[in-house]
Ligand binder design. Structure first.
Ligand code: 5RP
Length: 257
């Protein structure tokens, strides 16, 4: 059942993000995946009639949202090599105080990262439930996109890195087998303890390199990405500028700066 309060918080966040960051004279705009991004597209549609803007999707669902809104999509691999996107909007599963994100709840993390990294500005749009001090507070796992043949070896390596019970994601109808991404890859969801940030390391809360069971956001991201078979990891860090996050609070919208 749809929770009306959460839907209105998502809509408010989408509207605020577009009001604060969308420039109708942009030429290329990245559009992420999930349910919150639908409200971003709705707000873009309301605020601009510029037919020159090309919208870059992050997967099948994202393209559908763009097309259904009457906007013009352009495939990521059709972009001229030297073209940067003016901006990319996307949702998140969890966001920490440094605006690092966990993404991939909708299994689109690889194309989402391609698009986010190609944008001059990345705007993460998330409702109040997603904002936490540290990653892996409410959202329990890190989504990781892997080549199907590598699943057993990646699962093993994740356990060695300290993940308690990493699991291959299945479709809702479990008997239909593993969920396939837009790349025909699979997703592993890996639980880890709450992730540290640099100030935690400085404060002696842990080494953050896995040796004492603690991981710092970037160190864990690098360690997972280095495993053979891993296409992409759902930790997005260092992409958000200091003014790049619109979070909807329960009582309205606040922009985190
Ligand atoms: C998909 C994603 C989504 O952006 C993330 O799951 C947030 O989705 P929603 O807006 O529906 O909560 O990373 O892979």
């Amino acid at each position: 059942m749809t929770d009306v309060n959460i839907e209105s918080a998502k809509r408010a966040a989408g509207k605020q993000a577009v009001a604060d960051h969308f420039d109708p004279s942009a030429s290329h705009v990245g559009i992420g995946s999930g349910t919150t991004i639908v409200y971003v597209v709705e707000a873009i549609k309301e605020s601009s009639t510029n037919p020159q803007i090309r919208f870059v999707p992050t997967g099948y669902q994202s393209r559908q949202v763009i097309v259904q809104a009457g906007l013009t999509p352009i495939a990521f691999d059709s972009l001229p090599e030297d073209t940067m996107l003016d901006i990319a909007f996307d949702g998140a599963d969890e966001v920490d105080v440094e605006l690092n994100c966990i993404k991939g709840g909708g299994a689109c993390l690889f194309q989402e990262k391609l698009v986010a990294e190609r944008a001059k500005k990345f705007i993460c749009v998330a409702d109040y439930r997603k904002k936490q001090d540290r990653l892996l507070t409410n959202w329990p796992t890190i989504p990781i996109e892997v080549a199907p043949i590598s699943v057993p070896t990646v699962l093993h390596s994740l356990r060695v890195l300290g993940s308690s019970n990493p699991k291959l994601r299945t479709t809702l109808l479990e008997k239909s087998g593993p969920l396939k991404t837009d790349q025909d890859f699979f997703i592993i969801d890996a639980p880890f303890p709450k992730l540290l940030i640099a100030e935690d390391i400085a404060a002696g809360k842990g080494k953050g390199d896995g040796s004492d069971g603690t991981w710092e956001v970037n160190k864990l991201s690098e360690a997972i990405k280095a495993l053979t078979g891993v296409l992409e990891v759902g930790i997005f860090s260092g992409l958000n500028g200091p003014d790049a996050d619109a979070i909807s609070g329960k009582e309205g919208v606040k922009t985190v700066t």
